[in-house]
Design a protein around this ligand. Structure first.
Ligand code: PRP
Ligand code: URA
Length: 209
């Protein structure tokens, strides 16, 4: 298990854009996707490669291509905001969906939807679960429980903004997965929002408040 806090000037700049309360829905969505693309570059940098024999216009040659298939699983709704950015870089990835919402009082996650591609349980599939926010960690833990039940094996989790308590809970519940975060914030407030955070990510992405 590793926890990687990605350090990149562009990621930091774009995170500042989405933290600003005046950023509108269109710019918020665009910046979330751009951060997801930049994160994809880092998350995939150690993906295994396999040898392939190809023919260039000049000669036959042995080259390398990705060994594994990738399945991206956004946690609805906010995770959807990262999907286009990831697929821009990895267009062959298949996409599964997990619908979870956090009860406002108890902060417990509740499942309302699940749909996965058949290859999620294949030995050669890497599954990347994405959600911009890791607060208590309850939603990410529940999502990873669900995909493990479906047979997913090589799992990575990526989020934009995490609270320390969420990273700790997720690492304890699923010590076998690698976690990538763009920013590790200070804490949760008394109603379970990340501080300084960016507010309610789903509402800001989709203009619902
Ligand atoms: C948000 C966020 C995560 C969850 C994080 O979703 O996108 O899924 O909260 O909180 P946790 O770590 O304490 O579980 P929310 O439940 O607000 O649903 P939404 O994406 O539909 O807005
Ligand atoms: N979910 C959000 O959208 N924002 C937070 O700060 C915490 C959970």
């Amino acid at each position: 298990m590793t926890v990687t806090v990605l350090k990149h000037a562009l990621i930091t700049h774009k995170l500042t854009n989405i933290r600003k309360k005046e950023t509108n829905t269109k710019d918020f969505y665009q910046n979330v996707n751009e951060i997801a693309s930049l994160m994809a570059y880092e998350i995939t940098k150690d993906f295994p490669l396999k040898e392939v024999e190809i023919e260039t216009p000049i000669c036959k040659s042995v080259q390398y291509e990705l060994k594994n298939k990738l399945v991206i699983v956004p946690i609805l709704r906010a995770g959807l905001g990262m999907v286009d950015g990831l697929r821009n870089l990895i267009p062959t990835a298949k996409v599964g969906f997990i619908g979870l919402y956090r009860d406002e009082k108890t902060l417990e996650p509740h499942e309302y939807f699940a749909k996965f591609p058949d290859n999620i349980s294949s030995d050669d599939t890497i599954t990347l679960v994405v959600d911009p926010m890791l607060a208590t960690g309850g939603s990410a833990i529940a999502a990873i429980d669900m995909i493990k039940k479906r047979g997913a094996k090589h799992i990575r989790f990526a989020c934009l903004v995490a609270a320390p308590v969420g990273v700790e809970s997720l690492s304890k519940a699923h010590p076998d997965i690698d976690i990538y975060v763009a920013a590790l914030d200070e804490k949760l407030n008394e109603v379970g929002y990340i501080v300084p955070g960016l507010g309610d990510c789903g509402d800001r992405l989709f203009g619902t408040k």
